[in-house]
Write a protein that binds this ligand. Structure first.
Ligand code: GLA
Length: 391
């Protein structure tokens, strides 16, 4: 891959790159729509990446060629754009060259946090094999690979948690997507072979060993939906409303007593949103316990419960996601499956006995295509190092 990248760079810029960085995508095993409620999540970084080859320039220009989009975009690190446009105005995710906004946002967030360090320019090529808009966090990977480049070139020493916060700030305030911290933090901090438990209250992370003889399978429905950001932001507001009505700062703080004594204050819709978050946090902790005991059956059951709650209470699943999850749960070697990430299309994830992985993939592919007439993309992944943990 690196050779290919260097070759593309040489074609574009007629010189050789001096640095190569990469950032992985992620899949979330359990704990969705809990991060922005200060709850628990259990994602892992996966062996799908965005690579960045670059050569510093003597000015402040950033020139980026995206091989995937076959598009070129530039900006000045000192004026990534008129600051007055910040916040909520750049959600043109599907628009031409929308990808450059993530990079500008990261430059802006880092420059804002380190006003004494002047970010210098570079020529760059990016290429990735993380499916986009598929809930595998290609945007967060893009943010992190540039965050790594900007900070390293400017000699800024920064922790994985702090760089994740700056990347999240770029996405919240520059791009206008009100995401939580999960994607950025796991992509920054993950460790090879492990999933990462993140306590989103204080950002502490714990490496969680995956059960041996378990295979993690990504099941891409090959459906994508627009307007995801607005539906996502709406769910987030509903959770905040629920917390307010229950008299807590975040849904993380809801105890059994609060839940029993105050849930009557919530409307039916808000009650279902809050109930999802409350249960999902417990399911993350239960899954970790099951992983520790190498109890794949129990872990799989928790994944199924989580999917049901995302479908019925949080209402972020789709027909395609439900169909692929059902096909998975009925296929050979499967302990459990669920949609992963924000929802509204994209991918689901399955926990499968490793010796059956190939048969499982063949069965789910056939069943899903039979039911939907859409060809899915189903593949095994492994847990890899995050960007700030690469040697
Ligand atoms: C998206 C967001 C994350 C998280 C998930 C849902 O991936 O970027 O912060 O909220 O959705 O769990």
């Amino acid at each position: 891959m690196e050779k290919k990248l260097i070759h593309i760079f040489e074609q574009q810029f007629k010189t050789t790159p001096t640095h190569i960085f990469k950032a992985p995508g992620r899949v979330n095993l359990i704990g969705d729509h809990t991060d922005y409620n200060n709850g628990f999540v259990l994602p892992m970084a996966i062996n799908r990446y965005i690579w960045l080859a670059l050569k510093p320039r003597n000015d402040q220009e950033i020139n980026v060629y995206s091989k995937n989009f076959d598009a070129f975009a530039s900006f000045d690190t000192h004026k990534p754009e008129d600051a007055a446009c910040r916040g909520g105005s750049r959600t043109a995710r599907g628009g031409d060259n929308a990808w450059i906004e993530y990079i500008k946002g990261v430059a802006w967030a880092i420059q804002d946090a380190y006003p004494d360090k002047k970010l210098s320019g570079f020529d760059a090529v990016i290429y990735g094999n993380i499916a986009t808009g598929a809930s595998l966090s290609s945007s967060a990977a893009l943010e992190l690979v540039f965050a790594k480049a900007f900070t390293e070139l400017a000699n800024i020493k920064i922790s994985a948690a702090d760089i994740a916060k700056l990347a999240q700030k770029a996405e919240n305030e520059w791009v206008g997507m009100n995401c939580g911290i999960m994607d950025q933090l796991v992509i920054a901090a993950a460790k090879e072979d492990d999933a990462l438990l993140i306590d989103c209250q204080d950002l502490t992370t714990t490496n969680i060993t995956l059960p041996h003889d378990a295979a993690i399978v990504i099941m891409d429905t090959n459906t994508r939906r627009g307007l995801v950001d607005s539906a996502y932001n709406e769910r987030r507001q509903q959770c905040e409303e629920a917390a307010k009505l229950l008299g807590v700062d975040s849904l993380r703080e809801v105890t059994d007593e609060i839940w029993e004594s105050k849930q009557h204050l919530l409307s039916y819709e808000i009650l279902r949103r809050a109930s999802h978050v409350f249960q999902e946090n417990l399911l993350v902790l239960d899954t970790i316990e099951a992983f520790k005991n190498n109890d794949l059956h129990a872990s799989g059951e928790y994944m199924k419960r989580s999917h049901k709650s995302l479908q019925q209470n949080f209402e972020v699943s789709t027909k395609a996601l439900d169909t692929i999850v059902e096909a998975a749960c009925n296929s050979v070697g499967c302990f459990g499956a669920r949609m992963t990430g924000g929802g509204f299309g994209g991918c689901a994830v399955a926990l499968v006995k490793d010796m059956y992985a190939d048969d499982f993939i063949a069965q789910v592919s056939e069943q899903y295509e039979h039911d939907t007439e859409i060809k899915p993309n189903i593949y095994l992944v492994k847990a890899v190092h995050g960007t700030y943990n690469l040697h």
